[in-house]
Design a binder for this molecule. Structure first.
Ligand code: AMP
Ligand code: GLY
Length: 440
């Protein structure tokens, strides 16, 4: 299709920068709402918040946008896809009901049950008292306590014993930030194993499974410290070889898409499975209804096919017409550079230096996750996860080397990152040397 296609990307983080970067390279005229200082270099920023659905509908209509692509979950759950569709506008992403797969952990469990998809055993409670009674009456064992609704990644407590689980249930009941999310409480069996992310693009019937990745959710090296939105990712992860990916597609992704369709909640968009590779095989920890961040950054730098053609086909429910995407051989690594204080509050407005030198390194793309332009024209930090420094290489080791070379060029007061992104894979590859895993 011609370069006159107009695409609106909704969101303002590293994922949206990567989407805008890829789509603009494919010749589309890209707008990002609200975007950041990085998206302004590859697209036109629009000063509308990602959750201001009426203003986004009006913008898309007035500017003749051909396709809107939604990054974050909040506008999806709030019904942006329903509103665009009602206005006759094309949009890539699930409806509000389908986004409940991410927005409600109970809904997710119901769908998994209907599809006979492997996941942790769980019990559901409607009050703190009943959840506490259950924990007290039961054998003392590790569990995970979860609030049903969206809680910005904070409503999950991985507990070693009964005491911790009871404390978690009480926190959900008393902390005002969980008031809405904790109307339902889940107590889940705690699973052991390696965590991986597998995403697929679907139109509700056909699915296109994407290469597997591994995120790094803990703040500090060696998976220590508090949970974050993700401190780095790499692609592909050797923990999921071609055979296991086919198994995940057949036993997890396809049955989930079908269970949603049978429940009359067809899902169009990105189906993102957070999986635990247990001794009994891959099990679903959670589903998200969007691209992962920073997974999206590490994924798109390897994508050689046109993303816009796939998103268009998914939006038009004709994904079965599309050739499977082609991926650059080798690997990619994304290192998130964060500001001092993250995942807590951070001081904003600190000048960032060295971005050009980092971007000049061959194979490197510096995606902005939370930046803005200061009054002096310089780029400043504007949030916790600030940059998603991404590199491709012929091997994982090469991609890691390039990504960290770029990180070393960039500085601002208080900047920090994990130093061990992709190391689990490197250790695994050394261990299994000689038996190279199949790489999708
Ligand atoms: P969720 O938001 O459900 O993905 O949970 C956030 C994180 O908590 C996951 O990335 C896992 O590290 C951990 N987690 C969630 N559920 C379980 C479980 N059943 N067993 C072990 N860890 C879990
Ligand atoms: N990186 C984890 C997520 O996007 O939810």
């Amino acid at each position: 299709m011609s370069g006159s296609r107009r695409v609106l990307v909704v969101g303002g983080g590293g994922r949206e920068h990567a989407l805008a970067w890829k789509l603009s390279r494919e010749g589309a005229e890209v707008f990002v709402a609200p975007g950041n200082a990085g998206t302004a270099a590859v697209a036109q920023n629009v000063p509308i918040g990602a959750s201001d659905v009426p203003a986004l509908v009006a913008f898309a209509r007035d500017r003749g946008i051909d396709l809107t692509v939604v990054g974050p979950e909040a506008p999806l759950v709030a019904g942006i896809v329903d509103a665009f569709t009602a206005a006759g506008l094309r949009i890539f992403g699930p409806t509000s009901r389908a986004a409940q797969l991410e927005g409600s952990k109970l809904f997710c469990k119901q769908i998994l049950h209907r599809g006979d998809v492997p996941t942790a055993m769980f019990q559901e409670f409607r009050s703190v008292a009943t959840a506490r009674d259950f924990l007290m009456a039961r054998e003392d064992m590790p569990v995970v306590v979860k609030a049903d609704g969206l809680a910005a990644g904070k409503g999950v407590f991985v507990c070693d014993d009964r005491e911790a689980a009871v404390a978690a249930v009480e926190t959900l009941g008393s902390d005002p930030q969980f008031a809405a999310a904790a109307r339902g409480i889940l107590v889940e069996e705690r699973l052991d194993g390696m965590e991986v992310s597998v995403m697929a693009i679907t139109d509700g019937r056909t699915i296109v499974t994407l290469p597997p990745l591994q995120d790094h959710k803990a703040a500090h090296d060696g998976d220590q410290g508090p949970n974050t939105g993700g401190m780095g990712a790499y692609c592909p992860t050797p923990f999921v070889d071609g055979e296991m990916l086919a198994d995940i597609e057949a036993r997890i992704l396809v049955p989930t898409v079908h269970a949603l369709r049978r429940a009359k909640v067809p899902f169009q968009g990105v189906l993102y499975a957070g999986l635990m590779l247990t001794a009994q095989g891959p099990k679903v920890l959670e589903f998200n209804a969007r691209f992962g961040d920073p997974e999206c950054e590490a994924l798109l730098v390897r994508m050689e096919s046109r993303l816009l053609d796939i998103l268009d086909a998914a939006a038009d429910r004709r994904l079965d017409d599309v050739e499977p995407p082609v991926w650059r051989p080798g690997a990619s690594v994304t290192v998130v550079m964060a500001s001092e204080g993250y995942p807590g509050p951070v001081e904003k407005g600190r000048p960032i230096r060295g971005l050009d030198a980092a971007a000049a390194i061959e194979g490197v793309e510096v995606f902005h996750a939370a930046t803005r332009r200061g009054a002096d024209g310089g780029i400043q930090n504007d949030g916790g996860r600030t940059l998603a420094v991404t590199a491709v290489g012929d091997s994982l080791a090469r991609a890691k080397l390039l990504a960290y070379s770029a990180v070393r060029e960039i500085r601002w007061p208080g900047a920090w990152c994990r130093k061990d992104i992709s190391d689990k894979a490197a250790a695994f590859e050394v261990e299994s040397a000689g038996g190279a895993g199949a790489r999708p």
